[in-house]
Design a protein around this ligand. Structure first.
Ligand code: HEM
Ligand SMILES: [Cu+2]
Length: 631
């Protein structure tokens, strides 16, 4: 062990000698403390820095949303003039999409929890991870600095030709988006390698938590789709700066080409947003139903197939942009195929709930909200995919409501749920459960009040992005504005309550929810390299051995006697084998110098693993659930 550390110190390519990540180095000077954070290579600290940035962005984006809703309280001018209103909705959209929804689950929560959930000591490339964070924060600053320089008024989609003419600082924002894109690509790359290489021996692909599958599918899209965003905004910058006639019709360019480029990234990007949400939902749903997830493999495969299908449907954003009839028909048909994996997930989640021992803790309330809101969001997407209907609904509030149901109602709600789910683990503190539950209910009510009326007025013809409107829409706008304030206040209180728990919260036990994945074996909060001893791999989503010994304290008890036919698969035999994180036959040290070194680790023999690729464990449908379902 000692030699390994020396070698690592010389090579200096992993976090060395860092204090536990939450320690504030109480006796150090402020400068040293700040430096400790800014130069950290610990994935948890990097994740916490992302999380802080994202929560600040959420408050900023939320403030713009409330300004938009306040302006729409009545027709005509309520608080600002039309130009300022354009800036409000553009900045709201850009901040929420690029700084909150896209990085929320993968970059922040993924960084904090994914390596621990995988049983790994860190990500594969800690330095690249820190570099991604710096790219993100620089991109965010470029985007935000556009505000004092006059704001941005193009809409978050930056459509040409207007984005070539807008007097607002489009270039600044474009540089910001470019940097954010690369941050996303590098994070994706890092996670792909981490998942391939840092799975502990014994964790086969089909023993991975579904959240890891989701992060994997997301990472594929981040790596494949995001470069297109980089190229698109780079072309926009060149066109704006040098006028070479790519998108500018007066010079022979094609403004619709921009839409193709933009959506070739941005449609997959909507899955970059939703798939990680689906991943955390699967975790929470199973944990709080105390049942194995129904259709594990279907959920895993559907994440990957959603990722692949999402590259084939971008044209559904251009049904009325003068696309050819044939292209419209093909894109419409392909759009419906996306509904299949999406529906597979929803059916499997609902089947997981069936006869579950459901516990309505805060994360579960968010999970149930997600189920309903995502179903509405997905189904209304199918309406929009119908050519004849989209002609009427395109650019109306119906579209606004659709994408808020999927982006906010689904992704952001899942993010809030997951934040509450993992908060005790990574901060070591329990938040106030009653406040958490009330806020979750407030978010659900506020959300629906805000966006259900938008479906109605949209289908009646209220166009999106308008500052003024016909008096007959006023009632819908007013309900929507009231809902938005309920939503905003609930979210603000929940964030304040979480932060307050850092000071006043009860100490969190190791496994407060009785969950099965590996992060719950790590100490709370996890130390540098996450585990004090190598984690033991148990069958994922098998709750048989977990017993609640006290409120929010779960422990694993080996069953006293399990008849072979009662035991699902050979999980119990399998689970008894201690597993050392040795990766594909190679010592972890050869891959990441720090990988094998756990604080106080005991050298354990490498367990004999089953020869087959995966254990004979029926993860998807345990016999009991199956026979009950058949009745
Ligand atoms: C079953 C799944 C889905 C289908 C069939 C679907 C379909 C569509 C269609 C056809 C449009 C274009 C409407 C128009 O502009 O006239 C659209 C817009 C949109 N969808 Fe979806 N969608 C689905 C899921 C999602 C998800 C999961 C997200 C995000 C997490 C999302 C985000 C968006 C956004 C952001 C827009 C419009 C953006 C804009 O114009 O500013 N959609 N969707
Ligand atoms: Cu799309």
């Amino acid at each position: 062990m000692a030699t390994t550390s020396t070698k690592r110190a010389e090579r200096n390519d992993g976090p060395v000698n860092e204090p536990d990540y939450l320690s504030l180095y109480k006796n150090e000077r402020l400068g040293t403390r700040i430096k400790g954070w800014l130069t950290t290579l610990d994935h948890k600290r990097i994740g916490v820095m992302y999380l802080t940035g994202i929560l600040i962005s959420l408050i900023l984006g939320g403030a713009f949303a409330l300004l938009v809703r306040a302006e729409l309280w009545a027709p005509g001018k309520t608080i600002v003039d039309p130009d300022t209103y354009n800036k409000f909705f553009t900045l709201h959209g850009a901040v929420m999409v690029f700084l909150v929804i896209i990085p929320g689950i993968p970059a922040a929560l993924g960084n904090i929890m994914m390596p621990i959930q995988l049983g790994a000591p860190d990500v594969a490339f800690p330095k690249l991870n820190l570099a991604s964070f710096y790219l993100w924060i620089s991109g965010a600053l470029f985007l935000v600095v556009a505000i004092p320089f006059g704001g941005l008024d193009t809409g978050w989609t930056l459509y040409t030709p207007y984005s070539l003419q807008s007097p607002t600082p489009v270039l600044l924002s474009v540089i910001g988006v470019f940097l954010l894109g690369f941050s996303s690509i590098f994070t994706g790359l890092n996670f792909l390698v981490t998942i391939h290489k840092f799975r502990p021996q014994g964790m086969t692909w089909f023993q991975m938590p579904l959240n890891i599958w989701a992060i994997y599918a997301t990472a594929i899209m981040q790596v494949l789709a995001t470069p297109v965003l980089g190229i698109t905004v780079a072309l926009l910058a060149v066109e704006r700066f040098a006028h070479i006639g790519i998108f500018d019709p007066t010079m022979g360019g094609d403004p619709v080409l921009f839409q193709h480029f933009f959506w070739f990234y941005s449609h997959p990007a909507v899955y970059i947003m939703i798939i990680p949400a689906m991943g955390v939902i699967s975790e929470m749903l199973s944990t709080f139903s105390r049942k194995p997830i129904f259709g594990y493999r279907f959920i895993a495969y559907s994440s990957v197939s959603l990722a692949l299908l999402s590259f084939l449907v971008w044209g559904h954003h251009m049904f009325v942009s003068g696309q050819s009839r044939l292209a419209n028909m093909v894109f419409s048909a392909l759009t419906f195929t996306v509904g299949i994996p999406a529906a597979i997930k929803v059916f499997n989640w609902v089947a997981t709930l069936y006869k579950g021992d459901i516990r309505l803790k805060t994360p579960m309330l968010y999970t149930l909200s997600f189920l309903l809101l995502f179903t509405i969001g997905g189904l209304t997407g199918l309406f929009l995919g119908v050519l004849a209907i989209d002609v009427h609904l395109h650019d109306t509030y119906f579209v606004v409501a659709h994408f808020h149901y999927v982006m906010m109602g689904s992704t952001l709600v899942a993010f809030l749920g997951a934040l509450h789910y993992w908060w005790p683990k990574f901060t070591g503190r329990m938040y106030n459960e009653a406040v958490g539950q009330m806020c979750a209910i407030g978010v659900f009510i506020g959300f629906n009040l805000t966006f259900l009326p938008q479906f109605v007025m949209g289908s009646q013809g209220m166009p999106r992005r308008y500052w003024d409107y016909d008096a007959r829409y006023q009632i819908y706008h007013q309900i929507s504005t009231i809902g938005a304030f309920i939503l905003g206040i609930s979210m603000l209180i929940s964030v304040i309550s979480l932060v307050a728990s850092l000071k006043n919260g009860k100490r969190a036990p190791r496994n407060p929810w009785g969950a099965t994945s590996l992060e719950w074996q790590a100490p709370t909060p996890p130390p540098l390299y996450n585990f004090e001893k190598p984690p033991v791999i148990h069958e994922i989503y098998n709750y048989d051995d977990l017993v609640e010994v006290d409120e929010d304290v779960w422990e694993r008890r080996a069953p006293e006697h399990v008849e072979p036919h009662e035991a699902p698969g050979n999980a119990h035999e399998f689970a008894k084998q201690p597993v050392v994180p040795v990766i594909e036959g190679r010592k972890a040290d050869e891959i990441l110098p720090s990988a094998g070194e756990f604080k106080g680790a005991v050298e354990l023999p490498v367990a004999e693993q089953p020869k087959t690729d995966e254990p004979k464990v029926d993860v998807a449908v345990p016999d009991k659930a199956k026979s009950e379902g058949d009745k």
